[in-house]
Design a protein around this ligand. Structure first.
Ligand code: HEM
Length: 250
């Protein structure tokens, strides 16, 4: 049997082995020719580019699968909300990402057109999802906005409309007197990100509901579902943050 000090030494040696292995990998990589390094970087950026689409689509597919849209009026609420925030809104934002955009080769005007069309779909889905849950609760004669999810959801749905107004002012800057277009764009990006943040937090709180936890029978699946809005949110915040700070640096 090994004594505690022996075990400690073994652990220390093990950590040192891993560290030297990692150092040799890094050294080898440094020695590689630039073409190979470029190829590795290209592969990493491709994987990172696909990641948010994959996470969001798998999450939405899973929620739609357990909600079974059409089985009840309520079933449309999680379905439409996931479509609004995880599909339409996320794709609208990712259009401007240098590594994740599905329109990577397209010009700014095309991206801008698709951005507002996807955002219009997101708003339509979100407001219909909101109307569905409100009607459902009204019919069941339950009190409204009693949970954090419900209250934050109400605020987010109102904020989505303000974000639309901001987007329209960026497209037609003459509406907002004396405001430079660059400032309008930056404000629109910041406010849009805050709305998206609110959407992801609301979604996360929705996953804490008894409806969801009763429908998921594996802890690992539950944990994965909780991770999805966090991954997607971090990705969007980094993308928008980089854009805003890069613009400021110029
Ligand atoms: C960003 C997306 C979402 C928004 C903005 C949102 C919004 C709302 C709102 C405003 C209510 C309260 C309605 C009322 O009290 O009259 C509500 C209720 C509810 N939502 Fe969501 N929701 C979203 C996503 C989800 C998701 C993904 C689920 C399920 C996984 C979900 C499950 C529920 C449940 C079970 C209720 C009823 C209980 C309660 O009021 O907390 N929601 N939602």
């Amino acid at each position: 049997m090994s004594t505690p000090s022996k075990a400690k030494r073994k652990l220390r040696d093990g950590v040192a082995d891993i560290a030297s292995l990692w150092n040799s990998v890094v050294e080898n990589h440094k020695g590689e020719n630039p073409a190979l390094q470029q190829r590795n970087l290209g592969m990493i950026s491709r994987v990172l580019g696909i990641l948010p689409h994959l996470v969001a689509l798998m999450f939405t597919a899973y929620i739609v699968w357990i909600a079974r849209p059409g089985s009840s009026l309520f079933s449309w609420h999680p379905t439409l909300m996931c479509l609004a925030f995880m599909v339409f809104m996320l794709e609208a934002v990712l259009l401007f990402s240098p590594i994740s955009s599905v329109l990577r080769g397209a010009g700014y005007t095309t991206k801008r057109q698709w951005h507002w069309m996807l955002q219009a779909c997101a708003v339509a889905a979100a407001l219909t999802g909101f109307a569905v849950i409100t009607t459902n609760k009204y019919m069941a004669e339950k009190q409204h906005y009693t949970s954090w999810h419900g209250l934050l959801g109400l605020i987010v749905c109102c904020a989505v409309n303000l974000s639309v107004a901001g987007g329209v002012s960026v497209m037609y800057p003459a509406i907002v007197f004396n405001m430079p277009v660059m400032l309008l764009k930056r404000l629109h990006a910041i406010f849009g990100t805050v709305v998206f943040l609110g959407g992801m937090v609301t979604m996360w709180l929705g996953l804490c509901s008894t409806w969801f936890t009763n429908n998921v029978h594996h802890d690992a699946v539950l944990a994965l579902c909780f991770a999805c809005p966090v991954i997607v949110l971090l990705y969007v915040m980094v993308q928008v943050g980089q854009k805003i700070f890069r613009r400021r640096a110029h």
